[in-house]
Design a binder for this molecule. Structure first.
Ligand code: PEP
Ligand code: MG
Length: 325
Protein backbone atom coordinates (compact mmCIF):
# COMPACT_ATOMS: atom_id res chain seq x y z
CA UNK A 1 0.00 0.00 0.00
CA UNK A 2 2.70 2.41 1.08
CA UNK A 3 4.60 1.72 -2.15
CA UNK A 4 1.40 2.23 -4.09
CA UNK A 5 0.91 5.64 -2.47
CA UNK A 6 4.48 6.77 -3.04
CA UNK A 7 3.99 5.95 -6.72
CA UNK A 8 1.31 8.67 -6.71
CA UNK A 9 3.67 11.25 -5.25
CA UNK A 10 4.58 12.96 -8.49
CA UNK A 11 1.21 12.65 -10.17
CA UNK A 12 -0.80 15.86 -10.46
CA UNK A 13 -3.63 15.87 -7.91
CA UNK A 14 -6.54 16.06 -10.31
CA UNK A 15 -9.88 14.25 -10.34
CA UNK A 16 -10.79 11.93 -13.18
CA UNK A 17 -12.92 14.70 -14.66
CA UNK A 18 -10.04 17.14 -14.60
CA UNK A 19 -10.60 19.20 -11.46
CA UNK A 20 -7.42 20.12 -9.59
CA UNK A 21 -7.57 19.52 -5.83
CA UNK A 22 -5.01 21.14 -3.58
CA UNK A 23 -3.84 18.66 -0.93
CA UNK A 24 -1.84 20.22 1.87
CA UNK A 25 -0.54 18.69 5.07
CA UNK A 26 -0.97 19.65 8.72
CA UNK A 27 2.25 20.09 10.67
CA UNK A 28 3.59 21.56 13.88
CA UNK A 29 7.12 20.36 14.57
CA UNK A 30 10.32 20.01 12.54
CA UNK A 31 9.85 16.22 12.40
CA UNK A 32 6.80 16.85 10.20
CA UNK A 33 8.75 18.81 7.60
CA UNK A 34 10.11 15.94 5.47
CA UNK A 35 6.48 15.01 4.76
CA UNK A 36 5.96 18.17 2.72
CA UNK A 37 7.98 16.59 -0.06
CA UNK A 38 7.77 12.88 0.60
CA UNK A 39 3.98 13.00 0.21
CA UNK A 40 4.16 15.27 -2.82
CA UNK A 41 1.83 17.71 -1.03
CA UNK A 42 1.13 21.24 -2.22
CA UNK A 43 2.45 22.70 1.06
CA UNK A 44 1.38 23.14 4.68
CA UNK A 45 -2.25 24.16 5.12
CA UNK A 46 -2.07 24.30 8.90
CA UNK A 47 1.09 24.82 10.90
CA UNK A 48 0.13 24.53 14.58
CA UNK A 49 2.58 26.94 16.20
CA UNK A 50 1.47 26.00 19.71
CA UNK A 51 3.28 22.66 19.46
CA UNK A 52 6.67 24.35 19.88
CA UNK A 53 5.32 25.95 23.04
CA UNK A 54 3.80 22.72 24.32
CA UNK A 55 6.96 20.62 24.00
CA UNK A 56 9.19 23.30 25.51
CA UNK A 57 9.87 23.38 29.29
CA UNK A 58 9.74 27.19 29.21
CA UNK A 59 8.37 29.94 27.04
CA UNK A 60 10.21 29.76 23.68
CA UNK A 61 12.23 32.93 23.13
CA UNK A 62 11.42 35.03 20.12
CA UNK A 63 14.73 33.91 18.60
CA UNK A 64 13.59 30.27 18.96
CA UNK A 65 10.27 31.09 17.32
CA UNK A 66 11.99 32.93 14.48
CA UNK A 67 14.40 30.02 13.96
CA UNK A 68 11.56 27.50 13.74
CA UNK A 69 9.49 29.59 11.33
CA UNK A 70 12.54 30.09 9.08
CA UNK A 71 13.25 26.36 9.12
CA UNK A 72 9.65 25.64 8.14
CA UNK A 73 9.67 28.15 5.28
CA UNK A 74 13.05 26.88 4.07
CA UNK A 75 11.77 23.32 4.08
CA UNK A 76 8.65 24.32 2.15
CA UNK A 77 10.66 26.23 -0.46
CA UNK A 78 8.24 27.55 -3.05
CA UNK A 79 5.26 25.74 -1.50
CA UNK A 80 2.91 27.78 0.71
CA UNK A 81 2.75 27.49 4.51
CA UNK A 82 -0.18 28.72 6.58
CA UNK A 83 0.99 29.54 10.09
CA UNK A 84 -1.73 29.52 12.70
CA UNK A 85 -1.02 31.81 15.63
CA UNK A 86 -0.96 30.28 19.10
CA UNK A 87 -3.94 28.11 19.94
CA UNK A 88 -3.15 27.62 23.60
CA UNK A 89 -5.11 27.94 26.78
CA UNK A 90 -8.12 25.91 27.72
CA UNK A 91 -7.11 22.28 27.51
CA UNK A 92 -3.80 23.09 25.78
CA UNK A 93 -2.33 24.52 28.98
CA UNK A 94 1.34 25.44 29.18
CA UNK A 95 3.17 24.36 32.34
CA UNK A 96 5.07 27.66 32.61
CA UNK A 97 2.09 29.95 32.21
CA UNK A 98 -0.43 31.11 34.77
CA UNK A 99 -2.93 28.34 35.42
CA UNK A 100 -6.51 29.29 34.91
CA UNK A 101 -9.03 26.85 36.29
CA UNK A 102 -12.02 26.82 33.98
CA UNK A 103 -15.11 24.71 34.12
CA UNK A 104 -15.36 24.62 30.32
CA UNK A 105 -11.85 25.01 28.91
CA UNK A 106 -12.94 24.46 25.30
CA UNK A 107 -15.23 27.47 25.71
CA UNK A 108 -12.73 29.35 27.76
CA UNK A 109 -9.82 31.70 27.67
CA UNK A 110 -7.89 30.25 24.76
CA UNK A 111 -6.40 30.90 21.34
CA UNK A 112 -7.06 34.38 19.95
CA UNK A 113 -8.95 35.37 23.13
CA UNK A 114 -5.82 34.91 25.18
CA UNK A 115 -3.78 36.44 22.38
CA UNK A 116 -5.80 39.64 22.36
CA UNK A 117 -5.97 39.92 26.15
CA UNK A 118 -2.21 39.35 26.53
CA UNK A 119 -1.05 40.99 23.32
CA UNK A 120 2.64 40.81 24.26
CA UNK A 121 2.75 37.13 23.41
CA UNK A 122 0.84 37.47 20.14
CA UNK A 123 2.84 40.54 19.10
CA UNK A 124 6.12 38.72 19.69
CA UNK A 125 4.93 35.76 17.67
CA UNK A 126 3.69 37.88 14.81
CA UNK A 127 6.96 39.78 14.73
CA UNK A 128 8.83 36.47 14.49
CA UNK A 129 6.55 35.32 11.68
CA UNK A 130 6.96 38.56 9.73
CA UNK A 131 10.73 38.43 10.11
CA UNK A 132 10.86 34.78 9.04
CA UNK A 133 8.76 35.68 6.03
CA UNK A 134 11.12 38.48 4.94
CA UNK A 135 11.49 38.44 1.17
CA UNK A 136 8.92 35.68 0.70
CA UNK A 137 5.20 35.02 0.82
CA UNK A 138 3.63 34.58 4.25
CA UNK A 139 0.24 33.33 5.37
CA UNK A 140 -1.01 34.00 8.89
CA UNK A 141 -4.19 32.49 10.29
CA UNK A 142 -5.97 33.21 13.56
CA UNK A 143 -7.65 30.47 15.63
CA UNK A 144 -11.04 30.61 17.38
CA UNK A 145 -12.14 33.92 15.90
CA UNK A 146 -15.80 34.32 16.83
CA UNK A 147 -16.57 37.78 15.54
CA UNK A 148 -15.29 40.33 13.09
CA UNK A 149 -13.99 42.73 15.70
CA UNK A 150 -11.58 40.06 16.92
CA UNK A 151 -10.27 39.59 13.41
CA UNK A 152 -9.85 43.36 13.02
CA UNK A 153 -7.91 43.59 16.28
CA UNK A 154 -5.66 40.67 15.39
CA UNK A 155 -5.02 42.06 11.93
CA UNK A 156 -4.19 45.46 13.46
CA UNK A 157 -1.43 43.78 15.45
CA UNK A 158 0.05 42.44 12.21
CA UNK A 159 -0.05 45.93 10.72
CA UNK A 160 1.59 47.50 13.75
CA UNK A 161 4.37 44.96 13.70
CA UNK A 162 4.87 45.53 9.99
CA UNK A 163 5.26 49.24 10.60
CA UNK A 164 7.72 48.55 13.39
CA UNK A 165 9.82 46.23 11.25
CA UNK A 166 9.76 48.62 8.32
CA UNK A 167 10.98 51.45 10.55
CA UNK A 168 13.77 49.26 11.80
CA UNK A 169 14.91 48.39 8.32
CA UNK A 170 13.98 44.71 8.29
CA UNK A 171 13.17 42.95 5.06
CA UNK A 172 9.42 42.43 4.88
CA UNK A 173 7.37 39.64 3.34
CA UNK A 174 6.72 40.14 -0.36
CA UNK A 175 3.14 39.24 0.17
CA UNK A 176 1.05 38.60 3.29
CA UNK A 177 -2.25 36.77 3.33
CA UNK A 178 -4.23 37.02 6.54
CA UNK A 179 -7.04 34.63 7.23
CA UNK A 180 -8.96 32.91 9.92
CA UNK A 181 -10.07 29.51 11.04
CA UNK A 182 -13.80 28.99 10.80
CA UNK A 183 -14.41 26.87 13.88
CA UNK A 184 -16.87 28.85 15.98
CA UNK A 185 -20.46 28.56 14.72
CA UNK A 186 -21.17 32.26 15.24
CA UNK A 187 -18.92 32.97 12.26
CA UNK A 188 -21.32 31.11 9.98
CA UNK A 189 -23.76 33.97 10.39
CA UNK A 190 -21.20 36.69 9.62
CA UNK A 191 -19.56 35.07 6.64
CA UNK A 192 -20.50 37.72 4.11
CA UNK A 193 -18.92 40.44 6.20
CA UNK A 194 -15.97 38.32 7.27
CA UNK A 195 -15.17 37.29 3.71
CA UNK A 196 -14.81 40.94 2.71
CA UNK A 197 -11.99 41.29 5.23
CA UNK A 198 -10.01 38.08 5.12
CA UNK A 199 -7.73 36.78 2.39
CA UNK A 200 -8.73 33.17 3.08
CA UNK A 201 -10.59 30.92 5.50
CA UNK A 202 -9.86 27.42 6.69
CA UNK A 203 -12.54 25.36 8.36
CA UNK A 204 -11.45 23.79 11.65
CA UNK A 205 -13.96 21.00 11.54
CA UNK A 206 -12.82 19.43 14.82
CA UNK A 207 -13.86 22.42 16.85
CA UNK A 208 -16.68 23.48 14.54
CA UNK A 209 -18.42 20.10 15.00
CA UNK A 210 -17.76 20.10 18.73
CA UNK A 211 -19.51 23.44 19.03
CA UNK A 212 -22.27 22.74 16.50
CA UNK A 213 -23.31 19.57 18.30
CA UNK A 214 -22.34 20.61 21.82
CA UNK A 215 -20.20 17.47 22.01
CA UNK A 216 -16.80 17.48 23.72
CA UNK A 217 -14.30 16.33 21.07
CA UNK A 218 -12.06 14.82 23.77
CA UNK A 219 -14.75 12.84 25.56
CA UNK A 220 -15.05 9.36 24.04
CA UNK A 221 -18.46 8.87 25.62
CA UNK A 222 -19.97 11.51 23.37
CA UNK A 223 -17.46 12.38 20.64
CA UNK A 224 -19.00 9.92 18.15
CA UNK A 225 -22.57 10.98 18.78
CA UNK A 226 -22.96 12.80 15.51
CA UNK A 227 -22.39 11.78 11.92
CA UNK A 228 -19.92 13.87 9.92
CA UNK A 229 -21.80 12.73 6.82
CA UNK A 230 -25.13 14.17 7.91
CA UNK A 231 -27.17 17.06 6.58
CA UNK A 232 -26.57 19.62 9.35
CA UNK A 233 -22.79 19.25 9.05
CA UNK A 234 -22.61 19.09 5.28
CA UNK A 235 -25.05 21.96 4.82
CA UNK A 236 -22.97 24.16 7.12
CA UNK A 237 -19.76 23.22 5.31
CA UNK A 238 -21.34 23.76 1.90
CA UNK A 239 -22.53 27.23 2.90
CA UNK A 240 -19.01 28.20 3.85
CA UNK A 241 -17.41 27.06 0.61
CA UNK A 242 -20.17 28.54 -1.54
CA UNK A 243 -19.92 31.91 0.13
CA UNK A 244 -16.14 31.90 -0.09
CA UNK A 245 -16.35 31.08 -3.78
CA UNK A 246 -18.86 33.87 -4.37
CA UNK A 247 -16.55 36.28 -2.53
CA UNK A 248 -13.56 34.96 -4.52
CA UNK A 249 -11.69 34.04 -1.35
CA UNK A 250 -9.76 30.82 -0.86
CA UNK A 251 -11.42 28.25 1.39
CA UNK A 252 -9.87 25.10 2.74
CA UNK A 253 -10.65 22.62 5.50
CA UNK A 254 -7.99 21.46 7.92
CA UNK A 255 -9.82 19.31 10.49
CA UNK A 256 -9.74 15.53 10.82
CA UNK A 257 -12.68 15.11 8.44
CA UNK A 258 -10.37 15.73 5.47
CA UNK A 259 -8.09 12.91 6.60
CA UNK A 260 -10.78 10.27 6.15
CA UNK A 261 -11.22 9.28 2.50
CA UNK A 262 -15.02 9.24 2.79
CA UNK A 263 -14.90 12.65 4.50
CA UNK A 264 -12.68 14.00 1.73
CA UNK A 265 -15.08 12.60 -0.84
CA UNK A 266 -18.00 14.41 0.80
CA UNK A 267 -16.01 17.64 0.98
CA UNK A 268 -15.07 17.55 -2.69
CA UNK A 269 -18.66 16.69 -3.59
CA UNK A 270 -19.96 19.79 -1.77
CA UNK A 271 -17.41 22.04 -3.45
CA UNK A 272 -14.09 22.04 -1.55
CA UNK A 273 -11.02 22.14 -3.78
CA UNK A 274 -8.42 22.49 -1.04
CA UNK A 275 -7.93 20.19 1.95
CA UNK A 276 -5.25 20.09 4.61
CA UNK A 277 -4.77 16.71 6.21
CA UNK A 278 -2.40 14.59 8.24
CA UNK A 279 0.59 13.40 6.24
CA UNK A 280 -0.41 9.75 6.71
CA UNK A 281 -3.79 10.45 5.09
CA UNK A 282 -2.27 12.15 2.04
CA UNK A 283 -1.72 8.95 0.03
CA UNK A 284 -5.14 7.36 0.58
CA UNK A 285 -6.99 10.62 -0.08
CA UNK A 286 -4.96 11.33 -3.21
CA UNK A 287 -5.70 7.81 -4.50
CA UNK A 288 -9.40 8.51 -4.02
CA UNK A 289 -9.17 11.85 -5.84
CA UNK A 290 -7.39 10.40 -8.89
CA UNK A 291 -10.23 7.94 -9.22
CA UNK A 292 -13.08 10.36 -8.57
CA UNK A 293 -15.55 11.96 -10.93
CA UNK A 294 -16.15 15.15 -8.97
CA UNK A 295 -19.02 16.36 -11.16
CA UNK A 296 -20.82 13.09 -10.64
CA UNK A 297 -20.21 13.24 -6.88
CA UNK A 298 -21.56 16.79 -6.83
CA UNK A 299 -24.67 15.80 -8.75
CA UNK A 300 -25.21 12.91 -6.36
CA UNK A 301 -24.81 14.78 -3.08
CA UNK A 302 -26.53 18.11 -3.59
CA UNK A 303 -30.09 16.72 -3.91
CA UNK A 304 -29.47 14.66 -0.77
CA UNK A 305 -28.48 17.76 1.18
CA UNK A 306 -31.57 19.56 -0.06
CA UNK A 307 -33.91 16.67 0.80
CA UNK A 308 -35.74 16.76 4.14
CA UNK A 309 -33.47 15.63 6.96
CA UNK A 310 -34.01 11.97 7.78
CA UNK A 311 -35.58 11.08 4.43
CA UNK A 312 -32.28 9.79 3.05
CA UNK A 313 -29.03 8.47 4.51
CA UNK A 314 -26.24 10.58 3.10
CA UNK A 315 -23.68 8.25 4.67
CA UNK A 316 -25.16 5.24 2.90
CA UNK A 317 -25.36 7.05 -0.41
CA UNK A 318 -21.76 8.25 -0.16
CA UNK A 319 -20.49 4.82 0.84
CA UNK A 320 -22.30 3.25 -2.09
CA UNK A 321 -20.95 5.91 -4.43
CA UNK A 322 -17.40 5.29 -3.17
CA UNK A 323 -17.77 1.53 -3.69
CA UNK A 324 -19.32 1.58 -7.11
CA UNK A 325 -17.61 4.53 -8.80
C1 PEP B 1 -9.83 22.13 14.18
O1 PEP B 1 -10.36 22.62 15.18
O2 PEP B 1 -10.45 21.46 13.34
C2 PEP B 1 -8.39 22.30 13.92
C3 PEP B 1 -7.86 21.99 12.75
O3 PEP B 1 -7.61 22.79 14.89
P1 PEP B 1 -7.22 21.99 16.22
O4 PEP B 1 -7.52 20.53 15.95
O5 PEP B 1 -5.77 22.27 16.43
O6 PEP B 1 -8.11 22.59 17.24
MG1 MG C 1 -9.44 24.06 16.46
Amino acid sequence: RQAQYSALRDKACVTKDGQPIELLINAGLTIDLPHIDDTGSAGIGLFRTELQFMVSPNLPRSSDQLALYRTVLDAAGSKPVTFRTLDIGGDKALPYMETVIEENPALGWRAIRLGLDRPGLLRGQIRALLRAGGGRALKIMFPMISDIAEFDQAKAIVERELTYLRQHGHSLPERIDIGTMVEVPALLYQLDELLKKVDFVSVGSNDLFQFLFAVDRGNAKVSERFDILSAPILRALRDIVRKAKAAKKAASLCGEMASKPIGALALIAIGYRSLSLSATAHGPVKALILDLDAKKAEAMINPLLDAPVGSVSIREALTKFAETE
